[in-house]
Design a binder for this molecule. Structure first.
Ligand code: ADP
Ligand code: ZN
Ligand code: ZN
Length: 758
């Protein structure tokens, strides 16, 4: 008897063994999908992971029901990567399966099944594939001129003459029904006439949904500047010794041009390239730039594409004509690559590479590094503001480091002024969210016909509203947060669970009508600008205005072609956008970033502020940045002003050393959630006690996180800090044991326990 271990698309650890019945033997192959029974009545499509002859002894084995694929849909290397992710990120391999495949390949239910796109085509029947037959039928049809016209058009479009001369029906070109009717100016009744006479027949052709760009006959690359050429050469030198290299290049230094040359180099060696970006919003501009060089050799893969399109890209990558370059967001690390030679991780410092929920809670950059490692490919990490992790790896010789500190065409770096909000407030010089300094800069820019970008890290109208009389604040019934005021919707909304409700006309607590808006979100800033600069045109770019890709692209192109004067937005405006007429950038409130309760908050604040500052002053003029804060004396503010990444790195590393944080320690957070707070407290206490017995002082907590309840579940957190040299396999094993031990106890079985690694 043969057996197969399968991965089920369920959040369950490990694989499950099934027997292969006689009639399916030989058909089951590693990487194929199988239908298997699970539980009382259910069936799932599972992935065959391994075949063997070992009969499991501790339970009764069931048979595989059917085999769904003739050929594997996963390469062995992909299964290996799944296993690594499940192990490293302490999550069920079934969750990796769920995240990795487009739903059309999971076939969990009928609706999401992948269906090929069909187009109706017309062809000559076998009986009429013959010159003399055709001549006589054309004579017979004399009284139906429309049918004659249609048949003649068909013969023309299918290039029938050549096929008939050579007596080879396979030379007939395919003719789409709609196109034929259009060109012949006929209707379906005319066609039906010919079909009923047995002359033409209609059939379904399967087509794909991929974009078909031309394959360029030659790739035209920009000539690199001497500094860029030097960077390119240095990267190659580093790669001769090490597999990973970090390109630390200031904004607008032309990193993308260097990437293009590296991609070209890999293609010349007949290798594939994965170009990873942190966010969908960044793809448009970049893809256009890359397509100009690489055309149809490049495919784009991300979640805003339809599931059918993603299935087709997947299939194409398995075929013998795969895209040579894939541009995509983190989920593209799951695509099949047959000959991967280069991975580029652009904006490698970006937090959005990290998947928060659900499991697998993986980091796209780190999985990409592992993918490249397994494939024997080279990796380039690129950014203007490296993550501490990557820079640390350079310092200790694990990655190569290449610097590009000169902007293309020697455009100067922006001038950054720090303005103290507290002081301006005291002197009553603030106008809404603007200091007098920023207002003046905005004024000047608009006078000169230049553009302004304003960055505020909060969407909505105001972070909250409050009753002026009694201090009542609307709170989310499901989460431990106050609700954000959205004026356009006339609602208050929870940004954690989506709960929203109408704004009360009076305070539900004291019945006064004294409700006051507190603070500034992007929506309110937009309103305020409209009052201050009625002549200027303002646009807002945040999650609320960019729900669709079209909306996002519209905002972007309006700004690019100068229809918009002022762009207000959240993090979205800090990223990779390349504009020519932006002379002023305002950072409205640095403190919201600096005060985040996270050990990486300074690092992230530095990255965000440096990135948004980099949007200012591109071509022929130095840009100006106004950084508004209540804490101008903070070192990190000074580091941003001096554009001194090394100072940031040194001061942060010292702090991380002192408080035992990454990259000097490995960090694993253990999250526990439960509907009842008292049960959760018991679990958190028990868990911490058990972990302390194993890991001693390395365990911190349990703590109540700043947001202690989300979606009606209370949350507790335990943190484990482990030395770099530790045996992580052992650590992970102990953590999993603890998790399973508590989840198997009756009193805790309704709890959730999961891990967040690094
Ligand atoms: P980065 O990715 O480092 O921010 P980009 O690659 O976007 O920089 O370059 C900034 C601008 O300068 C872009 O508009 C780009 O087209 C232009 N540029 C950079 N290098 C070159 C080059 N070698 N030839 C022509 N244009 C270049
Ligand atoms: Zn009140
Ligand atoms: Zn909520």
């Amino acid at each position: 008897m043969q057996y197969v271990d399968v991965i089920l698309p369920l959040p369950l650890d490990g694989t499950f063994t099934y027997s292969i019945p006689q009639h399916l033997q030989g058909l089951v192959r590693t990487g194929c999908r199988l239908t298997v029974p699970f539980g009382k009545k259910k069936t799932y499509s599972a992935i065959a992971q391994q075949l063997h002859d070992n009969k499991p002894t501790d339970y009764e084995v069931k048979d595989v029901i059917s085999v769904l694929d003739d050929y594997p849909i996963l390469l062995p290397s992909q299964l290996k990567l799944w296993q690594w992710i499940a192990e490293y990120y302490l999550c069920p391999i079934g969750s990796v399966y769920k995240a990795a495949l487009p739903s059309g390949l999971k076939e969990e239910d009928e609706q999401t099944n992948y269906k090929p796109k069909l187009v109706q085509c017309v062809q000559l029947t076998e009986a009429y594939f013959n010159d003399s037959q055709l001549v006589s039928v054309l004579v017979e049809l004399k009284r139906s001129p429309k049918q004659v016209a249609l048949l003649m058009k068909y013969l023309e479009m299918s290039k029938a003459a050549a096929a008939l001369t050579l007596k080879n029906p396979t030379l007939l070109l395919e003719v789409e029904k709609l196109e034929l009717l259009k060109q012949a100016d006929c209707n379906t009744t005319n066609l039906k006439g010919l079909v009923e006479k047995g002359i033409l027949e209609v059939y379904d052709k399967q087509v794909d949904r991929l974009e078909h760009d031309e394959l360029p006959t030659e790739m035209v690359l920009h000539l690199l500047s001497p500094a860029q050429q030097h960077a390119l050469d240095s990267i190659n030198q580093q790669w001769a010794k090490l597999n990973v290299c970090l390109l630390h290049g200031v904004t607008s230094s032309g990193k993308t041009e260097v990437y293009i040359h590296l991609i070209h180099q890999a293609l010349e060696q007949k290798k594939q390239v994965l170009y990873l970006l942190p966010e969908i919003v960044l793809t448009t501009q970049l893809v256009n730039r890359l397509k100009r060089v690489f055309g149809g050799r490049l495919g784009v893969y991300h979640s805003k594409y339809s599931d059918e399109q993603r299935v087709e890209i997947w299939q194409k990558q398995l075929s013998n004509e795969p895209y040579e370059i894939i541009v995509g967001v983190r989920s593209s690390v799951f695509l099949p690559f047959q000959k991967l030679g280069l991975v580029i991780v652009d904006e490698e410092h970006e937090q959005s590479f990290k998947q928060q929920d659900p499991a697998p809670r993986y980091h796209g950059r780190n999985v990409a590094l592992m993918l490249a490692h397994m494939a024997g490919a080279k990796t380039l990490l690129g950014t203007a503001t490296p993550s501490l992790e990557s820079y640390y790896n350079c310092q200790r010789g694990k990655y190569g480091l290449v610097e590009l500190f000169e902007r293309y065409k020697q455009v100067t770096m922006p001038d950054i002024q720090v303005v103290n909000i507290a002081e301006e407030r005291r002197k009553k010089m603030m106008n809404g969210p603007f200091t007098s300094v920023l207002l003046k800069e905005m004024n000047d820019a608009l006078q000169n016909g230049e553009q302004v970008i304003l960055f505020q890290n909060r969407r909505g109208y105001a972070p909250t509203i409050e009753c002026h009389t009694c201090g009542w604040v609307p709170r989310c019934p499901n989460c431990d947060v106050s609700l954000t005021f959205h004026k356009r919707l006339n609602q208050v909304t929870c940004h954690y669970c989506g709960y929203s409700t109408m704004i009360p006309t009076k305070c539900p607590n004291c019945e006064e009508t004294n409700l006051e808006t507190i603070g500034f979100g992007t929506e309110r800033i937009e309103d305020h600008i409209k009052k201050l600069f009625p002549e200027a045109s303002v646009a807002r770019m945040d999650l609320d205005t960019t729900r669709s890709r079209q909306a996002y692209e519209q905002i972007l192109s309006n700004f690019q072609n100068g229809q918009t004067d002022i762009l207000v937005g959240t993090q979205m405006v800090t990223k990779g956008l390349d504009f020519d007429r932006v002379s002023v950038v305002g950072i409205l409130n640095a403190d919201t970033m600096l005060n985040m309760p996270d050990f990486r908050s300074y690092e992230h604040a530095f990255q965000m502020m440096s990135q948004v500052a980099g949007r200012a002053g591109r071509r022929n003029k130095q840009g100006r940045v106004v950084l508004q804060t209540k804490t101008p004396e903070l070192p990190v503010v000074k580091q941003v002003v001096a554009n001194d990444y090394k100072a940031l790195y040194d001061s942060q590393l010292e702090e991380r050393q002192l408080f035992h944080y990454p990259p000097l320690r490995r960090l694993i957070s253990i999250y526990m959630k439960h509907r009842y707070e008292s049960t959760l407290n018991g679990l958190a206490y028990d868990m911490a006690t058990l972990l302390r017995k194993v890991f001693g002082e390395r365990v911190l907590g349990p703590d109540t996180p700043p947001i202690a309840r989300i979606q009606s579940l209370y949350i507790r957190k335990i943190v484990l800090k482990v030395e770099l040299g530790a045996n992580m396999a052992e650590v992970r094993k102990r953590l999993r044991q603890a998790q399973q031990y508590y989840l198997s106890m009756d009193k805790y079985k309704a709890a959730q326990i999961y891990f967040e690694v690094d």
